[in-house]
Design a protein around this ligand. Structure first.
Ligand code: GDP
Ligand code: FO1
Ligand code: CA
Length: 353
């Protein structure tokens, strides 16, 4: 079984960690099955029953947050997923490496290089240097990512959605808060201004003459299952879908497409995705996000949509819009809960087949 997950950073990373755990624990996991295919330790293969159903997981990852800073290429969502699946992420802070130090960053600040409000941890800089070295040697971001992620047994293949530098910029009011500028890189709007400057639009710079990578297109077209992680619908999933070739590949794929709502009880679980949704006129509600993605039968994205129990009253309304809906606990507060959520999503896919 080939499972493709469209993913942003933290929400996507948590979902992928749960999916990996679910597949490792599934009764069907046999030697040579999901556990080994996913590069997990032997202990997780002990459930070795009979079914030879092996699963591979490929994450198609947003690269719109990426940028050059202080001479290095930074890819926040790829790194969030890599660190989380490696168990190396800072769970409390929500980004970067655990046990991080900031000596290099304070030197850069002293030189006035980089963004003073954006901290590159010392360990994290190791990743950026490695990526930059590979890119400067002529490798694509896809190749550089494969090389960098091979350090850890992630159990998930990470594919940047594109190898081109397509970066998300935010169109804002050119007032004092924006220092007179009418647009800025997403990272400045998100991290420096905490999404507080009203956004008029999100624009993908560098979109001309770009496409999704061949690896992404064939992963999607050949997938047996496609899951849309509970990621930011605008600047994570929206950015992925905006890369030419992705929507066409999704439409062409025979795989059912099931999405998981990042909105629980009419609020974002963490972060400021609500500011992104209001900028594009979508209410912060599980049904509104489903309608925004659209029913696949009507040329939209989704064959199915998972919402939380607290949003269950929305279910009939969503189904009227042509999107079959299931209700499940969507909080990914620990790996076990995330694994159950992933299992529910896969059960739902089976019902839709
Ligand atoms: P980012 O790139 O780091 O912003 O991460 P993503 O785009 O992957 O995901 C951000 C979204 O994840 C936010 O809008 C949150 O609402 C959502 N999210 C975070 N934790 C959870 C959770 O436990 N359950 C669900 N359903 N969504 C979550
Ligand atoms: N988020 C912050 O709030 N402050 C930072 O200084 C910061 C640095 C940083 C460095 C590398 C990296 O990959 C991510 C970093 N983040 C930081 C997180 C990042 O701004 C965002 O949360 C995402 O781009 C949104 O997904
Ligand atoms: Ca992101």
């Amino acid at each position: 079984t080939s499972i493709v997950v469209l993913s942003g950073g933290v929400g996507g990373a948590r979902f992928l960690r749960g999916l990996r755990a679910h597949l490792a624990d599934a009764p069907g996991s046999a030697p040579g099955g999901p556990a080994s295919a996913l590069g997990l330790p032997d202990s997780s293969r002990d459930l070795a029953a009979t079914a030879p159903d092996s699963a591979t997981v490929t994450a198609v990852v947003n690269t719109g947050d990426d940028m050059w800073l202080s001479g290095v290429r930074i890819a926040p969502d790829l790194d969030s997923i890599m660190y989380t699946l490696a168990g190396e992420n800072d769970e409390v802070r929500g980004w970067g490496r655990v046990g991080e130090s900031e000596r290099v960053s304070s030197e850069l600040r002293a030189y006035g290089i980089g963004w003073p409000w954006f901290t590159l941890g010392d360990l994290d800089i190791g990743t950026h240097l490695a990526r930059t070295a590979l890119l400067r040697d002529g490798q694509t971001l896809t190749q550089a990512t494969a090389r960098i992620t091979s350090r850890w047994p992630l159990g998930v293949r990470l594919l940047p959605v594109t190898d081109s530098e397509v970066e998300t910029h935010v169109v804002v009011e050119p007032d004092d808060a924006a220092e007179g500028r009418s647009s800025m890189h997403f990272q400045e709007w998100w991290t420096r201004h905490r999404a507080s400057l009203p956004a008029r639009a999100f624009v993908q710079h560098g979109l001309e003459s770009t496409t999704a990578t061949p690896e992404v297109i064939s992963a999607i077209v050949d997938a047996d299952v496609i899951l849309v992680a509970p990621s930011n619908p605008v600047v994570s999933i929206g950015t992925i879908l905006g890369i030419p070739g992705v929507r066409e590949a999704m439409a062409a794929s025979a795989a059912p497409i099931v999405g998981v709502s990042p909105i629980i009880g009419g609020a974002v679980v963490r972060g400021m995705a609500d500011a992104c949704l209001s900028a594009i006129g979508v209410p912060t509600a599980a049904d509104a996000v489903a309608r925004h993605y659209g029913a696949r039968a009507d040329g939209g994205l989704l064959d199915g949509w998972l919402i939380d129990e607290v949003d269950a009253s929305l279910a009939p309304g969503i189904e009227e819009s042509g999107i079959p809906t299931r209700v499940a606990p969507l909080w990914m507060t620990d790996v076990a809960r995330s694994a159950r959520l992933a299992g529910t999503a896969l059960d739902f896919v089976r019902e839709l087949r």
